[in-house]
Design a protein around this ligand. Structure first.
Ligand code: 5GP
Length: 217
């Protein structure tokens, strides 16, 4: 293991460069994607996190440019027209989307990027980037999910109910994903995702040509 900086996660050879990997994490609202990703970034500080655009209002404590880029519906639609958004979805009445330029720059620099997106968002990324890796985060039970959504206390009960209804549909899409991680414990979930990333970095398809470099050494 060379370092944890995200550019050089696994043993390699000097001069062998790979493109960064996109790691899409989906799962029902309230499952703890944000918390698990924050934990993952603690143990893998070099991992880049894609900051999405959204038209929903900031929750207390959320910071523009860190949690999301908050914008109006009109601005979002302008960016869509300009093709500045890699994928987008409408979730419970609001637009959410991934800014294209930042992601493409990071990936071409060889940096791995983790993205927290809806199920259709992950499927759109997988369609565009066949080497992207997809992870579905599940709650240990539906009742735990309800509890987490209610505890958050940032949404009205109507919104909690629509998010729960949507959760059932989303969970049924888990079979479309490469990996399933259960978020019973955020540390274990982050650890499991770290192992997934390591294994994915070692795939032959991501290291194609390394054997030729080794033969010349
Ligand atoms: P929340 O309002 O709870 O922050 O996010 C609602 C949903 O939008 C979550 O499932 C989250 O994963 C998803 N989401 C956040 N950013 C994006 C994005 O850029 N694209 C897509 N497709 N979904 C996103």
């Amino acid at each position: 293991m060379d370092s944890e900086d995200g550019l050089q996660l696994v043993q390699s050879v000097p001069g062998f460069k790979t493109r960064g990997m996109l790691i899409c994490v989906s799962g029902p609202s309230g499952v703890g994607k944000g918390t698990v990703i924050a934990q993952l970034k603690e143990i893998m500080p070099g991992l880049a996190h894609s900051v999405s655009l959204t038209t929903r209002s900031p929750r207390p404590g959320e910071v523009d440019g860190k949690d999301y880029y908050f914008c109006t519906k009109e601005r979002f639609e302008e960016l869509l027209e300009e093709d500045a958004i890699l994928e987008h979805d409408i979730y419970v009445g609001n637009y959410y989307g991934t800014p294209r330029q930042a992601i493409e720059e990071k990936v071409s620099e060889g940096q791995d990027v983790i993205m927290d997106v809806t199920v259709p968002g992950s499927l759109a990324i997988l369609y565009k980037y066949e080497q992207a890796c997809s992870i579905f985060l599940l709650p240990p039970s539906l009742s735990v999910l309800r509890e987490r959504l209610e505890k958050r206390g940032t949404e009205t009960s109507d919104i909690v109910n629509s998010r729960l209804l949507k959760a059932v549909d989303e969970v049924e899409m888990a079979s479309k994903f490469d990996y399933i991680v259960i978020n019973q414990d955020k540390r274990k979930a982050a650890e499991e995702i770290r192992h997934i990333i390591y294994a994915e970095k070692l795939r032959q398809a991501r290291r194609s040509g390394i054997e030729q470099m080794i033969l010349k050494r």
